[in-house]
Structure formats: C-alpha cells, structure tokens
Design a protein around this ligand. Sequence first.
Ligand code: UTP
Length: 410
Amino acid sequence: MITFEEAKDILSKYGQEHILKYYDEISDSEKSDLLKQIETIDFSVLEALKNDKDITAERGEFAPLGAVTVKDIEKNSSEYSKSGIEAIKAGKIAAVLLAGGQGTRLGFDKPKGMFNVGITKELYIFQCLINNLMDIVNLTGVWIPLYIMTSEKNNADTVEFFKKKNYFGYNSSYINFFIQDMAPSVDYNGKIYMENKAKISLSPNGNGGWFSSIVRAGLLEDIREKGIEWLNVFAVDNVLQRIADPLFIGAMINSGLQSGGKVVSKAAPEERVGVLCLEDGQPSIVEYYEMTHEMRTLLDENGELAYKYGVILNYLFNVDKLESLLKDKLPIHIVEKKIPYIDENGNHVSPEAPNGYKFEELVLDMIHMQDSCLAYEVIRNKEFAPIKNATGVDSVESARELLKENGVQL
Ligand code: UTP
C-alpha cells in the first residue's frame, strides 16, 4: 500500500489535498482504508472536467439510420423467430442486466430492482424482468445465462434479495452477479467530496464498463466455456422489455450486422431520447441535447422524422467484438447529481438538489465502436415502460398503466 507521502503526491497532482484534511483525527484502520482508496481510484477521470465539461462534445457528422420496422418484423416473423430460437437452443445467447445504478430519481433507498410495482400483490422490478425472461425459457426449453451487474453500494442487498425470493423461479446456477467500478464525485469546482472524514465519496462509474467488469470478475471464461456468442444487455428499469427476444436475435443474425439495438419511434421531435443514427458512417447514438432543432425536425422522403428511432437500452453485442474493444477507452460523461457529503465543519449533508458531478462511461458509446448495428423497432406500449421517477413521465405510475395494458396483474 502507498504511504501518506505518496498519497499526498498523487492528490497534489490533481489539486485534491483536502482529502487528507482529517487524516490526524481518524483511526489507524481508517487511515489505511483511505490510503487504499487513494491508491486505487482512477483520478484521471477528473481530466474530463477540463475538456469543456464533456469530451463527447466533439462529434462527427451525423446522418439518419433506418430500422427494421414493426411492419418488416410482422412480415418476416417466422424467419426471424426460427433463427433466434435456433441460436438460443445452441446456447449462443446470454443476458446481461445492468443494475449497478443508484436510481436517485426514483428516490428509493434500496436497489431499484427491489421496488415493488405491485398494487394488490408483490411484484418487484427484478421479478418483472425474470418473468419476461422466463417466457423465453419456457418457449425454448433452455435456461439463458443471466449476468447481473451491481455496484459496491447495492451488491449485498441485490444478491440477498434474489436469494430470499428464490430467484423468482429462475435456475440460480444460470445467474452470476458481478460488481462494477466506482468513480469519485466532485463539487462544481472539481473538488472531490468526502463521504465522511475517512472516506472519499464514490459512485458507480456508469453502465459503460459492464464488459470490462465481466472480464475482471473472471466471467469471460464462463461465457467462453458455455459457447456464448451474443450478449443481450438491458437496463433494470424497463419492466415491459423482452429479454433474449428470439425475433430480435434472429433479425440481427440474419442481417449479418455486428450488433443490434431495440428502438421505438419517437413520439414527437422534442422527445428527450437518444437516437440511433450514423456518425461519420459508423453506427452511433446522438443524445437529445446534442441534436440541433433542424436535426430533430428533419423529415425523410415519406414525411417521417429522419432521426426517428429512439434507443431503449436493450442491445445485442458480439462477444468477439467486445473482447477486441477491451483496450479502447470509452468517453467520460459528466453527470449532475445529488451527492451526500461532509461540509468544511465535518457535518454530514444530504442535498435536496444536485450539488456536483459524477463521472460515467455509458453503454451507448459502445455502439459507435461497432462496425454496424441493426436498429430493430418495437411497439412502444408493448415493450417500453421505464421506471425512472416516482410520478409523472417514465414513472411508477406510467409503468403500472402499461403493465396493466399488457395483461400483467398488479
Ligand atoms: P440510469 O441512466 O437511469 O441511471 O441507468 P441511474 O444512475 O440508475 O438513475 P438516476 O439517474 O440516478 O435516477 C440506466 C441503467 O444503467 C444502469 C442502471 O441500473 C439502469 O439499469 N447503471 C447506471 C449501472 O448499471 N451502473 C451505473 O453506474 C449507472
């Protein structure tokens, strides 16, 4: 482990000497924990603050990208379904649940997946997702390996919850948990917050590091041994999504493209959603705030929005390609969040409003590293019910309505 002097040197390089302010007051074991934190944290993420807040600001030339539409899918469903089921039966498909986020907008103090969306009975978010995956297990007669990403903050609760609920009927030998990396949080002046006198405030470093975390957890061997070729990555909060969807898998395999992303048609030009498109000829996702008004409202030859297909965080990635990308760095996004901290007087503060930045890598940036990507359109009301907030848009309320609409008993 590094010494106090070495820690001071590292911190002074990044202007973060205040981290050692209380060093003399803390116990010996706290001292060594703090030095360990300083030794392992990747402070280079702070460089992102210098680059005009967001290094993704420099983007290439965008162009629209078409999709396999709902109509196309209806027409070719038996062909897609045949290829997809074949791949699943051959053990080529696994699912990856990204559940390391803190879900601060929902304001629920447990892992988001432990939230009960049921009304007259218990129905947890994790349970909805497992139920959806069970549909495919029942259809194919094959257990689909499920890798679940957690963070240091929510791993223990998540693992214990699954165990207590008997994995909601899933075969637990096909479920593996792995833990993602953390990054420091800073105030608006770029100074790292302290959680207490002996601990740097860390938060999950975004959902982009999921594959390197799988590798670090030793699970790539498991993936290789099982002969898995494609990973279906999905978010915790969309309770209606189809996971390991044979039609999506079949459409992507038949297309010969390297990756796939489920998309929904934008409801309106101003809808705040990332759009799957081309950037300098490569697939890419352009965020809502990166689009000019002209891009948002541009129409194609059929009078439809040219940048029409919004992503719903449900992607298919090829394992070989992911492995070849391991050496490449993802851009770092700076995200404004509420960060609990101790103030100058050592008092603990839980802010009501955002008070600083977290640093995140995002899975959507992996799309731009692919040679090609199939945009696969799904029907919004059937497959998209994200729970981000307690009320209003993308909320518990709206998801409950959509679950009911789709025949799920609450
Ligand atoms: P969100 O963008 O909704 O982030 O995550 P969040 O941080 O959980 O929520 P808010 O913004 O604080 O309310 C989209 C998906 O990515 C996962 C989340 O768990 C969710 O499935 N995620 C996010 C991670 O796995 N790790 C992260 O560090 C961040």
